[in-house]
Design a protein around this ligand. Structure first.
Ligand code: FES
Length: 645
């Protein structure tokens, strides 16, 4: 026979091809997508396959090393430059079919390969970025057949990569002639969304990068990803410099109202910080900033607006109108003064409502409540709590004005989570004596060595998780009543309970320089915050028509540090099997990364956001009633049966 049977795994596609056909060509003929940037020239190494050796009756193939051609010069040259291929592995553009063969396309060589999304979780996303690289050899100019450099480039792309009509950015034309000549008519082009040439480099360019950014009101966090592999190559964060215009979102809006043009100053400052972050990411990964061809953004509605140069004042008061609830797509990096490649494209995930931003859209994309049957509650607690409830049938979202108490603000001894902050608290129900753990020290306060282990500043305050645990433990020990009142009668039993004007406080920590006490006002502040959060959740449950949720995911730093059992003891979240209450990590940032790596994910989240039912807590008549009920610990009327278990 002058042809051979080739079977590709894992797709299972099979067919007969003429002897001598390059494996890459055979794959394409049989509809198997193998990655390639260089178009089969042995430059990129992205087309690697494994020849499976042996007899495979299930597939009807006897596959042997001799059934592929021996390594040719191109393959050997590639190996000399880039290191030997693993045993049994070949460049599919060089190896030719000489007999029946079973060929495996490893995940790294699949065009739409799965990228593991989270370390411990098995859900994957399909790698399908908007920007892809293609190497082409362009015909030299010819007096006899006049055609412009751009026309011949497009002809080459059509011939080698089967592109139909392609558009192009003007900067590509500005750089094309030099690139073609410096590359001896071989150039690498970046094509955006399969429709537009956005960059050109002389010769062969192997890698292209993208960055996913979470613009928080306090911090900016960014990942730099290799768009060919999906791998995160660098991660960095820094403070949002807008803090100098106001600690929280509303004070930044007030600054704009009182200082015309203030929004431009804030936009400039966040973009400058982002550019510094970009340079840091690129140098950590050892790549030039010009190799970054895409950026995706998430942020709450006010951060989102300022990032994209939209005045956010309308979000400062009712009816909290968004400028747009559509994704911001295809913006040029230069329009945002970003230092990445000038033709790089920027994508902003859509905001959902006036208080529910693109960060929540990112969290939804990361947690995918819209795919399952299970009723999921997704909560991201910051200065506001963003709440999403639903499943594949229905999704509702709201924001609740929790204020900054959960972050340690408005609390007499509160501080941000940093070394020196008390983060864990236990109170002996008999002696009412506390023990605690401090960030920066692995020991409990009653363990030997604790004093010396906490560093020069000692214990400096209590962070959000510490306050929640302290109040929950005080409640369990009977120091606080279900109404949240510190019982003054205990002042006679323990020196920990002390009078503080007309109310009482509990002294958690005392030394010569400072006293850290949980005051009645602190407890009120936490009660108000948790009542707002719970009332928002209850409102969504009421709208959905349910009185229980099956899974709770707590996003953000708060969710990562809080002990879920204490959250439930205080009644921050509704009753749920504790095994089903878990941290979602930086779900918003993960969502930005997914959107960076997958065009399909962008279309999915745009579609989901259009379907989300927005619930405005400020105008909901029931919110106030739920709020009042939720002031009690854990709640005035809702049962928490699983807590008792
Ligand atoms: Fe680039 Fe084979 S396709 S090395």
């Amino acid at each position: 026979a002058d042809d051979a049977l080739v079977v590709f795994t894992p797709s299972g596609r099979r067919g007969r091809v003429p002897l001598g056909t390059p494996v890459l060509e055979a794959a394409r003929a049989l509809g198997v997508d193998i990655d390639s940037v260089c178009g089969g020239r042995g430059l990129c190494g992205r087309c690697q396959v494994d020849l499976c050796e042996g007899s495979f009756p299930k597939h009807g193939v006897e596959s042997r090393a001799a059934h592929l051609s021996a390594k040719c010069d191109t393959e050997r040259t590639w190996e000399r430059r880039r290191g030997a291929l693993c045993e049994g592995r070949r460049l599919s553009c060089s190896a030719r079919v000489l007999g029946d063969a079973l060929i495996d396309v490893p995940p790294a060589s699949q065009v739409h390969r799965q990228v593991v999304r989270k370390r411990a979780e098995v859900r994957d996303i399909e790698l399908d970025p908007s920007v892809r690289l293609y190497f082409v050899q362009v015909r030299e100019p010819d007096l006899q057949v006049p055609a412009s450099d751009l026309r011949r480039l497009k002809e080459a792309l059509a011939c080698e990569w089967h592109f139909g009509s392609l558009e192009h950015d003007i900067r590509v034309v500005q750089q094309l002639q030099e690139a073609l000549r410096r590359g001896h008519w071989g150039v690498t082009v970046a094509i955006y969304d399969n429709t537009r040439i956005i960059a050109v480099w002389p010769g062969f360019q192997a890698q292209v990068y993208g960055m996913a950014v979470d613009v928080g009101s306090t911090t900016l966090a960014a990942h730099l990803c290799n768009l060919q592999t999906g791998e995160v190559v660098a991660t960095a964060g820094r403070m949002n410099p807008q803090i100098r215009y106001g600690e929280d979102l509303m004070s930044r809006i007030s600054f704009i109202m009182m200082n015309p043009g203030g929004e431009q100053a804030m936009t400039r400052s966040v973009r400058e910080a982002l550019n510094e972050l970009t340079v840091e990411l690129a140098s950590e990964a050892g790549v030039p900033v010009e190799a970054i061809l895409e950026a995706t953004f998430v942020g709450n509605p006010i951060m989102h607006s300022l990032m994209f140069g939209i005045n956010p004042v309308e979000l400062g008061g009712a009816p909290f109108a968004l400028a747009t609830d559509e994704a911001i797509d295809g913006l040029w990096a230069t329009e945002m003064d970003l230092v990445i490649h000038p033709n790089a494209r920027v994508y902003g995930l859509p905001c959902i409502a006036g208080h529910v931003g693109a960060d929540t859209a990112g969290a939804i994309l990361s947690e995918t409540p819209y795919l399952g049957e299970e009723l999921m509650l997704l909560v991201d607690v910051g200065t506001n709590a963003e709440i999403v409830l639903g499943n594949r049938h229905r999704l509702l979202a709201a924001s609740s004005p929790t204020g900054p108490a959960f972050e340690g603000a408005q609390i007499s001894c509160g501080q941000r989570a940093a070394p020196g902050a008390i983060e864990r608290v236990r109170i002996d129900p008999l002696t009412l004596e506390p023990r605690f753990k401090v960030i920066g020290c692995d020991l409990w306060s009653d363990e030997p060595g604790f004093d010396t282990a906490i560093g020069p500043c000692g214990v400096t305050g209590v962070c959000g998780s510490g306050i929640i645990e302290a109040i929950a433990e005080l409640f369990l020990a009977g120091v606080i009543t279900p109404d949240g009142v510190v019982s003054g009668a205990l002042a006679e039993q323990t020196p920990r309970v002390v009078a503080d004007g007309r109310t009482f406080s509990y002294v958690l920590y005392r030394e010569a320089a400072r006293t850290l006490a949980i005051t009645q006002n602190d407890i009120r502040a936490i009660q108000l915050a948790k009542a707002a959060l719970y009332a928002g959740i209850r409102l969504l449950m009421e709208r959905y028509g349910t009185d229980h949720v099956e899974r709770i995911r707590l996003a953000g730093a708060f969710g990562a540090h809080i002990d879920v059992q204490y959250a439930m003891i205080l009644g921050l979240i509704p009753d749920c099997d504790l095994d089903h209450v878990t941290s979602a990590g930086n779900a918003a940032g993960t969502g930005a990364r997914i959107a960076l790596l997958s065009r399909k994910a962008r279309r999915d989240i745009e579609d989901v956001v259009r379907r989300v039912e927005k619930v405005e807590t400020a105008t909901e008549p029931h919110f106030q009633a739920h709020f009042v009920e939720a002031m009690a610990i854990p709640h005035r009327s809702d049962p928490f049966p699983r807590l008792r278990e």
